[in-house]
Design a protein around this ligand. Sequence first.
Ligand code: TYD
Length: 153
Amino acid sequence: MEVTLVILKPSAVQRGIMGEIISRFERKGIQIVGMKMVKLTDETLEEHYSHLIGKPFFGRIKDSMQASPVVVMALKGIDVINAVRKLSGVTNGREAQSGTIRGDYSMSVQENIVHASDSQETAEAELGRFFSENEIFNYSQHLLPYLYAGDEL
Ligand code: TYD
């Protein structure tokens, strides 16, 4: 099983749709193994979006991510990194497919509701950035036989 990091951005917190977004992950059968509300610091954001630091819009992304606290989540499942990226939709909410989170809730590139790790390496680094080891829980999912076939596990 993989674990991935999701951030419910200020666009989700301020619009009061945190619960709806969390429900989507739950309904899909993804296990929530860590979750907390945090305020993102400059330092954390410079690490988290280090690939965008040179871009002219980096300042506004930082402001947007600091406009309110965010919710960080650790989500577990088979191939969950890819599954959660698919559920999130492409970066630009206007382009994202209907049925995806960004496609259903966002009309913007920046105000696009969620962040989701994009690879195994990124997921590991991002989980380590936002969670300490004892904040990610290992507990059995009792409905597992109804979520996966035995040979998928
Ligand atoms: P990026 O890592 O490219 O996308 P994703 O979140 O889909 O992995 O960009 C990080 C965030 O930066 C993105 O969710 C929204 C913001 N952003 C902009 O505001 N404008 C842009 O042109 C880009 C590329 C990103």
